[in-house]
Design a protein around this ligand. Structure first.
Ligand SMILES: [Fe+2]
Length: 461
């Protein structure tokens, strides 16, 4: 293991905990100013810098900002220039010019990690999305395949928040608030504007990214569930302040701005924050801590019961993007078709699989793969799953789903699909076949009673 590992905390106690708290952290005692945010001279000669994640006048319950106390302020850099080479596969404003629509169910096989050296930024590519980062309403779904750490550079996404779901390989993420180790099975949120760099201690790495424009993730309301359950606020972990003070000649800030990359040079690390306080922070969450609720008598609950985080729209109950998981759990429903029901949805559903299998697909939906079922496109269990479930009959008994972690990004917006994703060699062109074998089990019990003819004659009269 690299000597850098000691800098990336692996124990929960190495983090602050909570969701949407007002946190504070100082890596040197006394580095945080007392009783005010911006004194004439900050302790230890630091610069005060605010990062605003919401407009100044956002309602208090939604307002997010943090104060960073740093060795040099972020503004100390040369002008931004378009990055050379361009990144051709990042989209932040989906239109007829750069993306297509297709209502067909689409499934992708897992994409291979490239052999050539590729870091997180170059390995990131948009798959689909809707809306516009410019208009502050929309989302993008990306995936990444990478194999090397970012070197002497940091990434900053001015367009939106990233929710990263690693599937292969740990992420060692250095942020302005401190360091996070994120393993497959955990997720991390990097809010709009934070600078971060990604090291890949395990080499070949792959994962999924949801990006949201113009809002932030919240914990879902629990309604009749009560005060506890699903993702608990205390299980969200926030890094503690740590800083680099050494000179870093030629250090590059890579800024994603309107889906395009720009670079600016500076001679120091952006991770020079000695202390900080606020409620606008990067955070991670271990999906194994999720407390699932489920049906205990009949029928399959709607997947919203497994919402980890939601990015709301202005319409009550309508999500710009929900992050929903399908974790290990007991299935106990009686005389019930237990897998997900056949479905057409006004929302659009993008699914991924972190490990194991998914209960509605016996074959073909593989870890690292993905599927997209767009607005009102039918979907549901494949033929094999349907027939196997029916064969079990009504006396299936309690059954524990083990070794699985599937997830869904669900949005009220209709996604457009990037051309490289539609034309990808990893598209599973036989996906539709998994339903073609569904046969009619219809038993027409009216044939011998004459009831059908009776109804027809009523209609005609
Ligand atoms: Fe669905």
């Amino acid at each position: 293991m690299s000597p850098k590992s000691s800098h990336f905390p692996s124990d929960d106690s190495d983090y602050l905990s909570g969701f949407a708290n007002n946190f504070s952290s100082e890596s040197i005692p006394g580095a945080l100013p007392k009783a005010q945010n911006s004194p004439l001279l900050c302790p230890l000669g630091l610069y005060a810098e605010q990062i605003s994640g919401t407009s100044f006048t956002a309602p208090r319950k939604l307002n997010q900002r943090s104060w960073l106390y740093r060795i040099k302020p972020s503004v100390t850099h040369e002008p931004f220039k378009p990055r050379v080479p361009k990144h051709e596969k990042l989209v932040s404003e989906f239109s007829q010019v750069n993306s297509a629509i297709n209502p067909t169910q689409i499934r992708w096989k897992p994409v291979d990690v490239p052999d050539e050296p590729t870091d997180f930024v170059d390995g990131l590519y948009s798959v689909c999305g809707a809306g516009s980062s410019f208009l502050r309403h929309g989302f993008a779904i990306h995936m990444y395949t990478a194999n090397k750490s970012m070197d002497n550079c940091a990434f900053c996404n001015a367009d939106g928040d990233f929710l990263i779901v690693p599937q292969i390989g740990r992420l060692w993420i250095t942020t302005e608030c401190g360091k996070l180790q994120v393993c497959p099975g955990e997720v991390v949120v990097l809010p709009q504007g934070f600078r971060f760099s990604v090291d890949l201690p395990d080499g070949p790495s792959r994962g999924y990214v949801a990006e949201i424009f113009g809002t932030h993730f919240q914990l879902p309301d629990l309604g009749p569930i009560g005060a506890n359950g699903l993702a608990s606020a205390r299980d969200f972990l926030v890094p503690k302040a740590s800083f680099e003070k050494e000179s870093r000649p030629g250090y590059t800030i890579i800024q994603k701005f309107g889906g395009e990359l720009f670079t600016a040079k500076q001679d120091f690390s952006p991770f020079n924050v000695v202390a900080w306080h606020g409620n606008y922070v990067p955070y991670k969450y271990n999906l194994s801590k999720f407390c699932p609720y489920n049906t205990v008598l009949v029928d399959h609950g709607d997947p919203s019961i497994n919402t980890v985080l939601t990015a709301p729209t202005d319409k009550p109950g309508v999500a710009l993007l929900d992050f929903v998981i399908f974790p290990p759990r007991w299935l106990v429903a009686e005389h019930t078709f237990r897998p997900p029901y056949y479905h057409r949805n006004c929302m659009s559903e993008f699914m991924g699989l972190i490990h194991g299998g998914y209960e509605a697909k016996a074959d073909g939906f593989l870890p690292g793969g993905a599927s997209l079922h767009s607005c009102m496109t039918p979907h549901g269990p494949d033929t094999k799953t349907y027939e196997a479930t029916i064969a079990q009959g009504n006396d299936a008994g309690p059954h524990r789903i083990r070794d699985t972690m599937a997830f869904m990004f669900e949005s009220c917006l209709m996604p457009r699909i990037c051309p490289w994703a539609l034309e990808s060699p990893y598209v599973d062109h036989d996906y539709y076949q998994c339903w073609i074998g569904l046969k009619s089990h219809f038993v027409d019990n009216t044939e011998n009673t004459g009831l059908q003819n009776h109804e027809r004659s009523n209609t005609e009269s």
